[in-house]
Design a protein around this ligand. Structure first.
Ligand code: XMP
Length: 536
């Protein structure tokens, strides 16, 4: 049976990815394409339903993104269920001859909604709840003034604005609010009604069939006799990718792990044990710590440090590829990368105030961090990126299915440049040793207290300043360790974690007592922005 597929056309809303997430949580495969995608690409995708996202534009702006040419004819000829959300609904209204105007009351945030009369999309909620009103999340400056002929208004907002419309003959629905955000009451129920009752889709997107499909695809991509390499970082994505590719092609996969000397306490031993004993992956460890640390000696500018590390990674990678070539008599043709869907989503242009249309992808900012350990473009490998369609939690679920231990798939993120950006300034080997011990105490106490999964990322940072202290009867003049722990969803914004004081007191005492050279421990209470998560 064909898998159900929903196409989401993106008009620049900050919530577009959330629509895709919600649908996948409801086990329906969804994919985001820019709002003005050519019809031929849409036809090729073969959607079973279409959702038009929200967006920051006004439909009457000169450069406002439009529906793809021919989309509505395509929709009509297949009777495809179509849901317009916010700006998406306004595009529908405009297309069918209704009118949009600037709202009298701009509606942002939580707003009361009253369902009105018969509605195929919202009717079930009425039957299920005693009240016909509930709160939804709005974020719009324009509103529907006149509904197009043939459409009915199925809900009004508290201020009397049109909040939902539908035309069941055409199979088209519109919501002025965002059902995808968790603040919208009944949002998931509304999406479920659209997917399962109106579009009659099957909830058939599961990690189980995902694994088989991905393995089949990798086998198809890598012909018999060809070889693949994978550089493991000790992170979740590359590890799960390696396990999957190994399932698909066995020993034609060649993995290596680079120890740059900037890893956490016993990290190399821990991950190598995991790779070989638990995951049964053959991984070669390349000890490159001397070359990384000697290149970094005396360098204190954070950006220069990042560049040096990036360059060294590439050099080590090239050497590893040559070693494998000398053994096989051929350079491997393929390279595995753990790239995720949020990094590749093509976002639609978000028109700026002056009407110009920059085509910045949301991924750009995120990637500039993560490509530090990245690989050179001129290495002539074909890429295998099995997770290009997946979100992080889907990769985690797949990892569990492939036998990657739970405490490993739930690991906090760790930056490519490692502890080099957590020893401020010059990265001296003795500072690294001090930092590793302090970090290990902090993280193990967090685990012990059952807080690890409540925190997005936690770390110790070494400050190369000396402060005066007193230990026993003597004066000390020792370094400072900062503790940092944050909550976040994606690392783009973050808040500091509110530990209770007893916990901080315990960690501070342990670090001062057990780690030589540390005389003071402080806790960082800055959010991002204005600070960043890392100190460099
Ligand atoms: P910041 O410090 O920018 O960090 O708030 C956000 C997230 O990115 C990680 N990070 C990096 N990851 N190379 C990486 O691979 C880098 O150069 C880098 N700098 C920061 C950081 O650990 C956090 O998860």
């Amino acid at each position: 049976m064909k898998q159900s597929r929903v196409l989401i056309l993106d008009y620049g809303s900050q919530f577009t990815q959330l629509i895709a997430r919600r649908l996948r949580e409801l086990q329906v495969y969804s994919y985001v394409l820019p709002g003005e995608t050519e019809l031929s690409r849409i036809e090729e995708f073969k959607p079973d339903a279409i959702i038009l996202s929200g967006g920051p534009s006004s439909v009457y702006d000169e450069h406002a993104p439009q529906l793809p040419k021919g989309l509505m004819e395509f929709q009509a000829s297949h009777q495809l269920p179509l849901l317009g959300v916010c700006y998406g609904m306004q595009l529908v209204v405009q297309h069918f001859g209704g009118t949009i105007s600037q709202a009298h009351h701009r509606e942002y945030g939580r707003m009361g909604l009253k369902v009105k009369g018969e509605s195929k999309l919202l009717g079930d909620l009425l039957n299920a709840s005693v009240s016909n009103s509930f709160d939804v999340w709005m974020s719009h400056g324009d509103e529907t003034k006149q509904v197009p002929p043939g459409f009915m208004v199925s809900a009004l907002s508290a201020s009397g604005a049109t909040a939902a419309i539908e035309n069941t003959d055409k199979n088209i629905y519109g919501l002025q609010f965002h059902p995808e955000v968790t603040h919208s009451q009944n949002g998931t129920e509304i999406l479920k009604t659209f997917l399962f009752q109106i579009a009659k889709l099957n909830p058939d997107w599961t990690v189980g069939n995902l694994e088989e499909n991905l393995i089949a695809k990798i086998r198809e991509q890598v012909p018999e006799g060809r070889h693949v390499i994978c550089a493991l970082s000790g992170g979740v994505d590359s590890t799960v990718a390696a396990c999957l590719v190994h399932r698909a092609i066995g020993d034609r996969l060649h993995c290596f792990f680079v120890d740059h000397g900037l890893l956490r306490y016993q990290e190399r031993e821990r991950v190598m044990k995991l790779f070989t004993e638990e995951l049964h992956l053959k991984v070669e460890c390349i000890d490159a710590s001397v070359r990384f640390l000697s290149k970094l000696a005396g360098v204190s500018d954070p950006e220069v440090k990042r560049k040096i590390i990036g360059g060294e990674f590439i050099a080590v990678f090239e050497e590893a590829a040559k070693i494998i070539e000398s053994r096989l008599g051929q350079l491997p043709d393929y390279l595995v990368q753990g790239t995720l869907y949020p990094d590749v989503i093509e976002s639609s242009p978000a028109p700026s105030g002056d009407g110009s249309s920059p085509t910045k992808k949301h991924s750009t900012t995120i990637k500039s961090h993560h490509n530090v350990g990245g690989l050179p473009k001129n290495l002539r490998f074909k890429l295998i990126e099995p997770f290009r369609d997946l979100f992080k939690d889907e990769v985690r679920a797949l990892g569990l299915k492939l036998g990657v231990p739970k405490n490993f798939v739930e690991r906090h993120p760790f930056p490519g440049p490692g502890l080099a950006i957590r020893v401020l300034g010059d990265v001296k080997p003795e500072y690294l040793e001090t930092l590793k011990l302090a970090d290990e105490i902090f993280i193990s106490e967090i685990r012990e207290a059952g807080l690890y999964n409540k925190i997005w990322q936690a770390m110790a940072i070494f400050l190369p300043v000396r402060t005066v202290g007193v230990q026993g009867d003597g004066r000390t003049h020792d370094h400072v360790i900062t503790l940092r722990a944050v909550t976040s969803v994606d690392g783009m914004t973050a808040d500091w974690y509110h530990f209770d004081h007893q916990f901080l007191a315990k960690v501070s005492a342990r670090i001062c007592n057990e780690v030589r050279g540390v005389g003071r421990v402080v806790y960082d209470i800055s959010s991002k922005p204005p600070a960043t998560i890392e100190w460099e």
